[in-house]
Design a protein. Structure first.
Length: 178
């Protein structure tokens, strides 16, 4: 029997400390991402928020905000333009984010994250980004285009979603304090 969004909501209410996703009728329990990957996701989200908020461009969310599309999933970071989501929904968003970011944790596989990004792109997300602290790469995905791999020394830009926003790749990684 395939589970539904209602089942997901019930389980999430019963287990608020767990991050859950509904994929192909099955509930997936998301393990904690690990310190470094969560810090990197927070850094990406913070840089995005610092650009979006003063310009009233839209909404930036983290890994607890779900999107109820073909499946109910939550990217590590998401951005939705203000004109597409003028008011935050009480539950899951029912439109795809314009931009979504996945940060690889030690337990993630790049293939699964790529598939998640491609799923979002197929449902209307404009840009999907995979941040991989393991090899210090940022891969930018767009539907029907070759992925673009960025490294330290490069700058992340998404002019089709956020014209003018740019972030040096080297600023995304967890700092080392001496």
């Amino acid at each position: 029997m395939a589970l539904t969004v209602k089942d997901l909501e019930t389980l999430q209410a019963q287990h608020p400390d767990y991050r859950l996703e509904l994929v192909d009728g099955k509930i997936i329990v998301m393990s904690p991402s690990g310190y470094e990957s969560d810090e990197v996701a927070f850094r990406v989200g913070g840089k995005l928020w610092n650009w979006v908020e003063p310009r009233n461009l839209g909404r930036v969310t983290g890994s607890s905000a779900g999107f109820n599309l073909a499946n109910t999933r939550a990217p590590d970071v998401a951005f939705v333009r203000a004109d597409r989501l003028p008011q935050a929904p009480r539950g899951y968003a029912t439109i795809p984010p314009d931009l979504m970011v996945e940060v690889k944790s030690p337990t993630d596989s790049v293939e699964e994250l790529r598939a998640k990004i491609e799923e979002f792109l197929a449902q209307g997300t404009v840009v999907g980004i995979l941040v991989n602290p393991d090899d210090r790469t940022v891969t930018v995905y767009r539907l029907n285009q070759a992925p673009v791999v960025l490294r330290d020394g490069d700058r992340l830009t998404v002019p089709d979603v956020l014209p003018g926003w740019e972030v040096p790749i080297a600023e995304l990684w967890s700092p080392v304090f001496e």
